[in-house]
Design a protein around this ligand. Structure first.
Ligand SMILES: C[S@@+](CC[C@H](N)C(=O)[O-])C[C@H]1O[C@@H](n2cnc3c(N)ncnc32)[C@H](O)[C@@H]1O
Length: 266
């Protein structure tokens, strides 16, 4: 590992980078109607959820949320989404499943400002906060949702501890993300060894995510080319996961693993 690699592996450096990058990117794309920041998902069997016309342009990003929710019945539930990004998943879930309360939390103040201005629905609220120190009382949610964000957290076990704390007994933790293949056992270990949580299901969804990435690649590429200055375009294309980017190639090569999980609070 070179000096840059060593620096990037330090939690403090990673945290500072993500803290700077997401607000910068949100400011660059403000007004472009970008409500999702994930790589997307497309099932291999051709099954696709029915969507309202307003959600069709972001279908593949919505499908990642639909997969993570799975068969969970969210009607009347209190749901916390940790790292809601620009709030597209929160809006779709509230309109589709009618939870009694849905709180979207993100570290990025620009993203929270975007969410507050754009997603106005009964029962839906947004708050700025850190995944590793959730600003909520014990046992205050029925469901915690977390989509493609935990790789940014310097202390993943601290986040899992917070999830276990804010879930009521019997509550569910619905989680999806990616890791380098060498970090998968540590990732899964932090989930299964956490007292108070029980793993119910885990799925490798790398092939579906690759299909999703390829489907949204032209839109993501156009956005990066339009919104980022040229010195940052390469970085932006990797961040957006377009076809041929570093994460796309790493997922294809099996160097990155994308998984979804369902856990219960016991
Ligand atoms: C790839 S985006 C995914 C956003 C959203 N879940 C989606 O699918 O569109 C990752 C998000 O994690 C957020 N994030 C990074 N570190 C965080 C932290 N420590 N606490 C809360 N959110 C964080 C970023 O601000 C960003 O919005």
């Amino acid at each position: 590992m070179g000096l840059l690699g060593e620096a990037l592996s330090r939690p403090g450096v990673r945290r500072a980078l993500w803290r700077a990058w997401y607000p910068f990117f949100s400011r660059r794309i403000v007004g472009k109607g970008v409500d999702f920041l994930n790589y997307a998902f497309d099932s291999l069997d051709g099954r696709r959820p029915a969507l309202e016309p307003q959600d069709e342009p972001m279908r593949h990003n919505v499908q990642l949320y639909a997969h993570v929710v799975g068969g969970a019945d969210l009607r009347g539930q209190r749901v916390l989404e940790v790292s809601c990004g620009h709030g597209g998943g929160a809006s779709w879930i509230v309109r589709t499943f009618r939870p009694s309360e849905y709180v979207g939390l993100d570290l990025n103040p620009e993203a929270i400002a975007h969410c507050v201005a754009r997603h106005r629905l009964p029962g839906l609220g947004f708050v700025r906060g850190d995944a590793q120190a959730l600003p909520f009382p014990d046992a205050s949610f029925d469901v915690v949702l977390n989509v493609e964000a935990s790789h940014c957290y310097p202390d993943f076990p601290a986040f899992v501890g917070e999830v276990a704390r804010v879930l009521r007994p019997g509550g569910r933790f619905l989680h999806a993300d990616l890791r380098h293949a060498g970090g998968v056992s540590e990732w899964v270990g932090a989930l299964v060894s956490r007292p108070g949580l029980r793993l119910d299901a885990m799925r490798l969804i790398t092939p579906e995510v690759i299909r999703g990435m390829e489907a949204v690649s032209p839109r993501h590429e156009a956005l990066v080319r339009e919104c980022l200055p040229w010195p940052l375009k390469r970085l932006g294309l990797d961040f957006a996961g377009v076809r041929g980017s570093l994460p796309h190639r790493a997922l294809l090569a099996g160097e990155l693993d994308y998984r979804s999980f369902r856990l219960f609070r016991v």
